[in-house]
Design a protein around this ligand. Structure first.
Ligand SMILES: [Zn+2]
Length: 303
């Protein structure tokens, strides 16, 4: 990228930018991307950070194509609670899944403050890509919509399977996800370790999908290209929207109090958070399971 001052800038990652590079890139496209994921098991054959890594890849490629800046990736996410709990009982049982999980009431409140940070840093549009999906993306949208209403800043929250739902079906550590990682980080997938699932003390299946061994870098390339294409289009639409909107409606700075007000409103509305309880029809968790305490969030941990 050649800047108006004739200097060359090619960076899109906030963490790597010098102030002049940030200002220039933001002036051209005032959109920030937040990649979200976490460390959770994806079988014995692949790395814990798959969700974060793919979200970061999609955001970075879209920013390189359409413009904007990629915020530091969020490597902690909602897990364990509500619908996650029974899934964990089923796929990891009593094994330690070695996760970077945060309770929803903490994560969603933190997420609100991340959005505040982006608005205060001068962005006029926010795109959130979560690589960890299955319900929490709907909760994130509730938080984002409230912030968007208060600030007049458009906020788009999407999971990678939603980006490509017309062409592919997302999964957990199956052919879809393992292919994604095989394409973007082939060094982090090794099928040779699949037999560890049978070895006592190794953690068992570690939530590997049934068709994981059919994954390929070729399929991963197609999925990721499709994700990047869809996100780039979403960013281009948002940029158009920002350019036609009235700048005066966006507050120059959001305080802690203004942000807390948004959070309190969400609490008062008694929002039906998806990550707070099991899906309708999900079987109950066995009383002796280590995941039982997380099936229904206690009142004190409600929002
Ligand atoms: Zn995943």
């Amino acid at each position: 990228m050649i800047t108006s001052s004739g200097k060359t800038a090619g960076k899109v990652c906030w963490e790597e930018m010098l102030p002049w590079e940030f200002k220039e890139q933001q002036r051209q496209c005032p959109i920030v991307y937040l990649p979200m994921g976490l460390c959770e098991p994806h079988g014995q054959i692949s790395a814990f950070g798959l969700d974060t890594l793919k979200a970061k890849y999609i955001c970075t490629a879209a920013a390189e194509r359409t413009g904007g800046i990629v915020a530091p990736a969020m490597g902690y996410h909602v897990h364990e609670s509500g619908y996650h709990a029974q899934w964990l009982e089923e796929v990891v049982g009593e094994e330690n899944p070695h996760m970077t999980a945060i309770p929803p009431h903490i994560l969603y409140s933190f997420f609100l403050y991340q959005l505040r940070a982006f608005i205060n840093a001068g962005f006029r549009g926010i795109i959130v890509v979560t690589g960890h999906a299955g319900g929490n993306e709907h909760d994130l949208r509730l938080v984002a919509d409230s912030m968007s209403q208060m600030s007049s800043v458009p906020i788009h929250v999407v999971s990678d399977p939603e980006l490509v739902q017309e062409h592919y079906t997302g999964d957990h550590a199956g052919a879809y996800e393992i292919s994604q990682l095989l394409y973007i980080r082939p060094d982090l997938v090794d099928f040779e370790y699949a037999p560890l699932a049978e070895q006592p003390g190794s953690g068992g299946m570690m939530a590997m999908g049934a068709d994981a061994m059919q994954a390929s870098a070729e399929l991963g390339q197609k999925i990721m290209e499709s994700c990047v294409q869809a996100l780039s289009c979403a960013a281009a639409r948002m940029l158009k929207e920002i350019k036609s909107a009235s700048e005066s409606t966006v507050p120059a700075h959001l305080t802690y109090d203004q942000t807390e007000k948004v959070w309190r409103q969400l609490q008062a509305e008694n929002v039906p958070w998806i990550a707070a309880k099991p899906y309708p029809g999900q079987p109950p968790i066995a009383p002796q399971s280590r995941w039982k305490p997380y099936e229904f969030l206690k009142e004190s941990r409600r929002f």
